[in-house]
Design a binder for this molecule. Structure first.
Ligand code: IFM
Length: 440
């Protein structure tokens, strides 16, 4: 890697990220059923009907995994907690075994000198809550606040940082308008409500944690850079609508107390009554803002009703996800976020990384494309810092190969290869390159 730790300001934090359902093994430890178990059990939703029942068995192998985090020289580990593991019904009874697990995990990080960076929700909604409407139901904000209180009353004293919800766009739009993720709904009214309720729940969780006396609280928002597919005004306005729904809705809600007009054009008729009154909660002050970034999209009109866009194939080299590699997008977002939304607030790149068809040969995995991808995105991060963007850290997705949701186990994002039969972990060449860079 060309970039090493000394290229970044003193105190700049490097971390690796994972999420509960993608690695833990949800079939053990008394976890309740989740919307992803149901979605995966419905043919046609997930490649090979794969689910997270065993995943990487991190539940039993967390010590080995944290050893890998420490040995690479990471400062932080970004992990998530499963709502259904802590409260199998989503409300009411607590699974003591689940809380104990997160307590052990936290202490295991601290024993290794790793800063625990928690996310409260990374998509495994307890199935009984979906029976009650899930993200369509406004009550989810209070259910989520209750869960937050339970879990953070136990481990909140030892967290370095906490964010309530990973990637609200995925929770709301990808899962309720596009239907690609659980619960697989394709319905504009459901999507509008989820778009709003996910931010309301975010705000209630922040308020709850402030009430517990916690600090260093943030939000984690995913972004896709958006360019028009051609020079036509129609393509420009389709790209602007995409940008409004994907990128500007969430930052606008949290940092400005407003939703973008181009998104309201389609969603306002479907929002719950009185939505404007919720911004005081949604805008609960944050200590930092996290941006997840992977790619850009080229957007054209689709000849359909609102939102009337489609993405077209771009010319740039692509990852195994078929995502264009566009490091400038990270720079663009960091500078835009600081300029238009977050000002002096510390920013973090909370996810960045790529999938590749990595193969274990003997005892090694050569993944030069991943090293190059990370290096190029670190260059963009550095460029933004040089222009005054208060970027304080960078997290790689992901520590381990894991369950890539509807795409199952085939898309390997890890710095560490996982053999999903034997569960043996093998650090890839990118892991070694990074470890070298972080210790420089
Ligand atoms: O695996 C996901 C993760 O759960 C959320 N952010 C994007 C990653 C890659 O698709």
């Amino acid at each position: 890697m060309r970039h090493t730790r000394p290229d970044f300001p003193d105190g700049f934090l490097f971390g690796a990220a994972t999420s509960s359902y993608q690695i833990e093994g949800h079939g053990v430890g008394g976890a309740g059923r989740t919307q992803w178990d149901d979605f995966a059990a419905t043919p046609g939703n997930v490649v090979r009907f794969e689910d997270g029942a065993r995943a990487c068995d991190h539940y039993h192998r967390y010590a080995e995994d944290l050893d890998l985090v420490a040995a690479a020289g990471f400062d932080c580990y970004r992990f998530s907690l499963s709502w259904a593991r802590v409260m199998p019904e989503g409300r009411g009874p607590v699974n003591a075994e689940g809380l104990d697990f997160y307590d052990r995990l936290t202490d295991a990080m601290l024993e290794r000198g790793i800063k625990p960076c928690a996310t409260l929700y990374h998509w495994e909604l307890p199935s009984p809550l979906l029976d009650s409407g899930g993200w369509r139901n406004r009550d989810i904000a209070e259910w989520f606040a209750d869960y937050t209180e339970v879990v953070m009353s136990r481990i909140g004293d030892r967290m370095f940082s906490v964010a309530p919800i990973n990637e609200p766009w995925c929770v709301a739009w990808l899962s309720h308008f596009e239907g690609h993720h659980a619960p697989g709904v394709r319905d504009i009214r459901a999507a509008a409500r989820a778009m709003h309720h996910v931010l309301l729940a975010h705000g209630r969780a922040i308020e709850t944690m402030r009430g517990l006396g916690m600090g260093n609280l943030g939000g984690v928002f995913n972004h896709e850079w958006t360019d028009p597919a051609d020079d036509s005004p129609e393509a420009r306005s389709a790209a602007d609508r995409y940008d409004a729904i994907y990128n500007r809705w969430f930052l606008g809600g949290v940092f400005k107390g407003e939703y973008p007009t181009l998104a309201l054009e389609g969603l306002e008729p479907h929002l719950p009554t009185g939505w404007q009154d919720d911004f005081s909660t949604i805008q609960a002050p944050l200590d930092w803002c996290g941006l997840n970034y992977y790619t850009r999209k080229l957007i054209a009109p689709a000849g359909q009703p609102w939102p009337n866009y489609r993405d077209v194939e771009g010319p740039l080299p692509k990852t195994f996800m078929d995502w264009e590699i566009y490091p400038d997008g990270l720079y663009n977002f960091l500078t835009r976020a600081a300029r238009e939304y977050t000002g002096d607030l510390p920013l973090f790149v909370t996810e960045n990384g790529m999938a590749s068809p990595d193969v274990l040969k003997g005892t090694s995995v050569e993944d030069p494309d991943r090293t190059a991808y990370l290096d190029a995105h670190l260059a963009s991060a550095k460029r933004a810092i040089a222009e005054g963007v208060p970027l304080n850290g960078y997290f790689i997705w992901s520590l381990l190969d894991n369950y890539e949701w509807a795409l199952g186990y085939e898309k390997r994002f890890g710095l560490v290869h996982v053999d999903f039969d034997t569960l043996v972990r093998t650090p890839k060449a990118s892991y070694h390159a990074l470890a070298h860079a972080l210790k420089s």
